[in-house]
Every structure is written in structure tokens, then in C-alpha cells.
Design a protein around this ligand. Structure first.
Ligand SMILES: NS(=O)(=O)c1c(F)c(F)c(S(=O)(=O)CCO)c(N[C@H]2CCc3ccccc32)c1F
Ligand SMILES: [Zn+2]
Length: 263
């Protein structure tokens, strides 16, 4: 597949050349501004199953050159969406140590320090992520805004392993933990809209759920996420730092953002 980056000649303005959907409609992220919002009383709390993974279970923590990702077992799933959506992986988007503004979605002109995405696929209709990834009802992603504040013990369970995956394609096994602890307390307050993958191939296949409440990590936790990783391979002569891995907001066009809360 063609190479793509967040900066320079293979940056986001060039993505449509090799990935046509990136220049299409229903793209993500978007700027969630109050004029797009419509309260929907039918939007109930997000219901998660099997998110509490045993420490005896090993998860693969990897640097894929675009983000740090944790593979997730497909027995983890969401039951409160139109179909059952099973977990595939989670990953992060962040700014840089000097510029802690790296969320992909923005809310009323606020860009958060980072954003976590828990990627799920429609396991009722499709056998796996690869088949589901380009289907209009294929994916559901839970988005969590990350702010700098209180130290997060949950984030620390994997941040402490980052030095083992400094370079592209490096992977380590980490003990399972309760993935629910990475999410905010309120799973009943969120924004909902139809969008896309925010990386190539940008398929318009994602039902987005963005929780209203951010989670916090400490400044030193943020700095280690923003400075530990490289998008280049270990043997490459010039190391390329991995940061600023967020796509800019795309046109909302006539899309409405449903919201599950009134105030
Ligand atoms: N912001 S986002 O949620 O749109 C999103 C990403 F931002 C992102 F970086 C990745 S990735 O796999 O880490 C690297 C590029 O695919 C994925 N990975 C998805 C896309 C394709 C695929 C296939 C198998 C497992 C996960 C994914 C992703 F869905
Ligand atoms: Zn993402």
C-alpha cells in the first residue's frame, strides 16, 4: 500500500491521490460546533461487554508508524448500537510535547491534548475487521478526549512499556487490564455522527461516538506519549519522531451531530 504521513509531501493534502475516499464525503474528523447539534432522546448509554480483561491475558502493544495501538479480543463488544460491534484495537492521536493539542475532533473550537479511539467492527454481519472496514455499517469507533491533569493509573499500565516499541513495527506483549478504566465515567453523554476512518484509506464506514467528558493523564504521561515514539524503523539512519498524528477537521456538509444530553 502507498505510504502516507501527517506532514510533508505525503501529508493529508496528498492522501486523495492514492486513497480516493480521503477526498470524498462523510469524512472524519469534524469540528463539532453547537449549530450542528440535535438532541436525540433515543440515544441511550453505551453498554460495553467483556472490557475487563484479565492480567493473565496478553495484549499486543505496537508502534505501527502512525500511532501506538493495542490489539483487543473480539469477545469485547458494544451491545447498545444498531448491531453488535466487536472490538479490534485501540490507538491514540496526540500533539507534541511543546504543543499539547492533538485531538482529531474539536468541540466548540476546543482542541484537546489528545484523543483515544477504540475501533470496533460489526460482528453481526462481518467475520472480521478487514471485511468490515469498507462497509457503510462496518465500523463503530468510541472516541475519548484526553486532557492534561490528574495522573491516570490505567494509562500507566501500557505507557510504561513504550520504550519497548520506540520504532515502527516494534511490538511487545502487555498484561490485560480493564479497558473500561481508559474511558470516562459518563458513558451516557456523547456526540454521534456518521463519518470515516481518519487515516487512509478514509472509508466512510464509521459510526462515531465521542464521549462528552475527557479523561485526564498527567503532563509527564503526556510528554512520554508525545516523545517516546518514532514513525521510522529502528535501522533507519534518520529517526522521524511520531507526534502530531492527527487529521485536521473535515467539512461537515449537511451532516447533523446527534447528542445524547441536553445540558
Ligand atoms: N482514527 S481511526 O479510528 O480511523 C484509525 C486510525 F487513526 C489509525 F491510525 C488506525 S491504524 O490501524 O492504527 C493505522 C492506519 O490504519 C486505524 N486502524 C483501522 C483502519 C483499518 C484497520 C484494519 C484492521 C484494524 C484496524 C484498522 C483506524 F481505524
Ligand atoms: Zn483514530
Amino acid at each position: 500500500a502507498a505510504k502516507w504521513t501527517y506532514f510533508g509531501p505525503e501529508g493529508e493534502h496528498h492522501w486523495p491521490k492514492h486513497f480516493p475516499y480521503c477526498g470524498g464525503s462523510f469524512q472524519s474528523p469534524i469540528h463539532i460546533s453547537s449549530d450542528l447539534l440535535r438532541f436525540d432522546p433515543a440515544l441511550g448509554p453505551i453498554v460495553l461487554h467483556n472490557y475487563d480483561l484479565s492480567p493473565r491475558e496478553q495484549l499486543t502493544l505496537g508502534n505501527n508508524g502512525h500511532s501506538v495501538q493495542i490489539s483487543l479480543p473480539s469477545r469485547m463488544y458494544i451491545s447498545s448500537l444498531p448491531h453488535r460491534y466487536s472490538a479490534a484495537q485501540l490507538h491514540f492521536h496526540w500533539g507534541s510535547a511543546g504543543r499539547p493539542m492533538g485531538s482529531e475532533h474539536m468541540v466548540n473550537n476546543k482542541q484537546y491534548a489528545g484523543e483515544m479511539h477504540v475501533v470496533h467492527f460489526n460482528s453481526e454481519k462481518y467475520p472480521n475487521m478487514s471485511v468490515a472496514v469498507d462497509k457503510s455499517d462496518g465500523l463503530a469507533v468510541l472516541g475519548v478526549f484526553i486532557e492534561i491533569g490528574e495522573f491516570s493509573p490505567a494509562f500507566e499500565t501500557f505507557l510504561k512499556f513504550l520504550n519497548g516499541i520506540k520504532y515502527r513495527d516494534q511490538k511487545v506483549q502487555v498484561p490485560g487490564f480493564n479497558i473500561r478504566d481508559l474511558l470516562p465515567t459518563r458513558l451516557d453523554e456523547y456526540y454521534r455522527y456518521d463519518g470515516s476512518l481518519t487515516t487512509p484509506p478514509c472509508y466512510p464506514s464509521v459510526l462515531w461516538t465521542l464521549f462528552r467528558s475527557p479523561v485526564t493523564i498527567s503532563r509527564s504521561q503526556f510528554v512520554s506519549l508525545a516523545t517516546a515514539l518514532f514513525s521510522s524503523h529502528a535501522q533507519d539512519s534518520t529517526p522521524v519522531p511520531l507526534n502530531g498524528n492527527f487529521r485536521k477537521p473535515q467539512q461537515a456538509d449537511s451532516r447533523v451531530v446527534l447528542v445524547s444530553f441536553k445540558q
